[in-house]
Design a protein around this ligand. Sequence first.
Ligand SMILES: *Cc1c(COP(=O)(O)O)cnc(C)c1O
Length: 372
Amino acid sequence: MRIRLNNLGRLHANLKADFISAFERVLDSSAFIQGEEVRRFENAFSNYIGVENCVGLANGTDSLEIGMQALGIGVQDIVLVPSLTFVATAEAVVRCGATPFFVEVDPETLCVNEETLRKAIEESPKPPRAMIVVHLYGRACPMGEIIRLATKQNILVIEDCAQAHGARLQEKFVGSFGEVGSFSFYPGKNLGALGDAGAATTKHRDLAEKIRLLRDHGRSEKYVHQIVGRNSRLDSLQAAFLSEKLKHLPKWTLRRQEIATLYRTELQNSKGLQLLAEAVEPQSHVYHQFVIRVQSERRDELVKFLSSQEIETIIHYPLPVHLQPAFQRSLRAKNLDHTELAAQEVLSLPMDPLLTDKEVLEVTMAVRKFFL
Ligand SMILES: *Cc1c(COP(=O)(O)O)cnc(C)c1O
């Protein structure tokens, strides 16, 4: 492929020297587990998000699960989750013993909002204990109205920020609105490690302590285990690599937003495709993906055509979670039509911070040519 969906090789080529010196720091210290590098990254990331506590974890799925566990969510509890998301969001609910209830999305943004959540609360067989809002594709969900609804209904809010590092609403970052913010640093995410990694953010100090215990065998000191935990520690090497990449994140985010603007300008009048709603504020969308919608009968043809032009695309996600074999019998909203239609129509175009204007124009010209 000449134009990759997310060209990590190109991104990392420029950072090779920084990664090597980070590797040497860890190697020379022999502190491979926990230690200074993990603390250093946790501090840097919590400063960036503007939330008091950050706990490094093994991956983003664990951070959802451990975050819920720390909040006391478990058997008997219903947790609202969107169905248009990566499977991990719902999986974490099941893993912590609770039951997911699948919520519809707003057709304009493909994120949950006050209205779809309210409907789900009404339809739920009993009052939900919590909700996971997913800032899908990097777009911040409308947190003002969501927090108001949740507070009124006494529902805990967990934010799945796996795709939205740095997205903010009036200067407040996602991951600082709910009880817990869950981040993934899977390599392809806006901030990605060189392997698996994740983190949980929270304004509550006691909750952060609980998460720290849970990630490390419930250990308060050597061979003293306060609670039954597990091993979900953030690797020191990954923490060191992440510290190097975090320095570049603000600049990378701005470039993603620039690329999205160029895509919109070039595609807004094209026949045959639809753009999602514009971001309510420029900083509220960090474009993990730039997603267009194409009538389902033509989507596969477009994918093939772009691929013949050596342009890589992907579908996020072809099958909503409530239709996955593993979740066939799960609780769900009566109506998930927008979710099901979106799954048939969405297509993610190439997006990475080093994508050039020339490459973006090549993509948009190819898309327009297809619909001529
Ligand atoms: C990537 C992702 C996760 C899972 O993160 P991992 O680090 O791969 O475990 C969870 N939710 C969403 C929305 C994601 O995109």
